[in-house]
Ligand binder design. Structure first.
Ligand code: ADP
Length: 443
């Protein structure tokens, strides 16, 4: 037992026996004992009152003077409160330091809860988005940044890639949003002013689009003359004949390149050639296979499998371009006798368009770079196939427009599989009763 409790017990018993002894001597045992217990009770009550009044003053003043068990209780509570005050002060100082450093950041930092309601933001975020304290606190971020792209990005949690959009507060300013989920799916959002980069990127896109467009006319003229020369090549010297054939091949390649560049520019600038509509996938694959067969001169076994009823929601010309690029690639990069399987499957997650070949295959270290513009694994490999290196880049952009993604798996020397994964909202099997719901969703 602790010393303080021992001495309190001794004092209590001493008092009790003294009262008992005096009471027995004076034949007043009961009244004396009663008086003793009553005085003990009053004293405890008084100490409790002092403790309560001290605690009510939030324990900031010195604790009341007391001895024994109550003195010990006062000291212990006082120590505890001092400790708590110190750690609270330390935490406040740390918080103030974090707030100071984030205020000094040029990039905006926003914290929002798991439903996207604003909790905290630094000065830069306030400036970039026009946030006002405390009015905007607890407001959903989608009420502040009211663009369809941001709504899709935030509500569908597409946080894999950063999003660049125009600032809702400053005209002509472009902002990049990068979001990370933390703790219980709360949002930590970094906002960066990327106006300069965006304008440079826009200039580059405009330059490519304009240059490609301007090159089209002279190339058509050159091609016209080359075709005429080709018609009369028999009358030309042998060395010239070779040159004409070569020039014809290269001008065709240039034409392909310009067409791909123009298509890529259109896709990058979100100019849609046609609006999204439902298309029968089986019919689309049939058309692609027919034109792909014309493209290849070598012997390939082309087979395809798709549910005749199934449809996809998207732009016909873009989907045609993406799917035919994959099919043509499979033909280009498979030697004679190669087998190419095209399939369309629908499952609970959506639809998968898949092109599988048993051709040259791809070294796994090149797979992450395949969708880069002008990336070709082995320029020598493609010289006879006249590729532009833009095909897979076009596929990536088209799939991005259709909220979908490309998966590539391959083994060098054994073939490759390219799969396009479409979300459930863009796919329907006519036999299912959900058609109407999907129709509404998609529109
Ligand atoms: P290209 O016009 O050169 O075909 P792409 O962007 O379509 O350009 O493809 C990029 C590169 O990826 C190609 O140069 C080729 O090396 C490789 N590639 C694409 N598809 C296949 C495939 N099915 N099998 C093997 N390699 C492929």
């Amino acid at each position: 037992m602790k010393t303080v409790w021992k001495s309190a017990t001794v004092k209590l018993l001493l008092g009790f026996f003294t009262c008992l002894f005096i009471g027995m001597l004076s034949e007043q045992t009961f009244p004396l004992l009663f008086l003793y217990v009553l005085s003990l009770l009053c004293w405890q009550f008084y100490e409790l009152y002092r403790f309560h009044s001290w605690i009510r003053r939030s324990g900031r003043s010195l604790p009341p003077d007391s001895s024994g068990i109550w003195g010990d209780v006062f000291d212990a509570v006082n120590r505890l409160q001092k400790k708590q005050r110190k750690s609270k002060k330390r935490m406040q100082q740390a918080l103030a330091r974090i707030e100071d450093s984030t205020s000094a950041l040029q990039d905006g930092v926003i914290m929002a809860d798991n439903t996207g309601r604003l909790e905290w933001w630094n000065t830069s975020a306030g400036d970039l988005l026009g946030l006002v304290k405390p009015t905007d606190r607890s407001q959903p971020l989608t009420n502040i940044v009211r663009t369809p792209e941001f709504f899709r990005y935030f509500s569908q949690k597409r946080f894999g890639d950063p999003l660049v959009i125009q600032s809702p507060a400053k005209e002509g300013t472009f902002l990049e949003f990068q979001t990370t989920l933390y703790s219980k799916n709360d949002h930590l959002i970094f906002v960066r002013d990327v106006t300069r980069l965006h304008l440079l990127e826009q200039m580059r896109k405009d330059f490519v689009a304009n240059a490609s467009h301007e090159l089209k006319t002279p190339l058509t003229v050159i091609k016209g003359y080359l075709e005429t020369l080709d018609m009369f090549k028999e009358s030309l010297p042998e060395r010239m004949q070779k040159g004409v054939v070569n020039m014809n091949t290269q001008s065709n390649r240039m034409e392909l390149l310009i067409e791909d560049l123009l298509l890529l520019s259109r896709l990058e600038s979100n100019q849609r050639a046609d609006s999204d509509q439902w298309h029968n996938v089986s019919d689309l694959i049939q058309v692609i296979c027919d034109s792909a067969k014309v493209f290849t001169t070598s012997e390939h076994f082309l087979s395809w499998d798709a549910d005749e009823e199934s449809s996809i929601f998207g732009s016909y010309s873009e989907l045609y371009s993406a799917f035919s690029n994959l099919v043509v690639n499979a033909l280009k990069y498979s030697p004679d006798g190669g087998e190419i399987d095209i399939s369309w499957q629908v499952n609970k997650d959506g639809g998968i368009f898949c092109v599988q070949d048993n051709g040259l295959g791809i070294d796994p270290r090149f797979i992450p770079r395949l969708t880069e513009r002008f990336f070709r694994i082995d320029k020598g490999r493609g010289s006879d196939t006249a590729g532009t290196g833009l095909g897979l880049s076009i596929v990536k952009h088209v799939l991005h427009h259709h909220d979908s993604k490309l998966d590539i798996s391959s083994q060098l020397g054994f073939g490759s599989t390219f799969s396009c994964h479409f979300p459930r909202t863009r796919v329907r099997e006519s036999s299912t009763p959900e058609i109407e719901a999907i129709d509404k969703d998609a529109s």
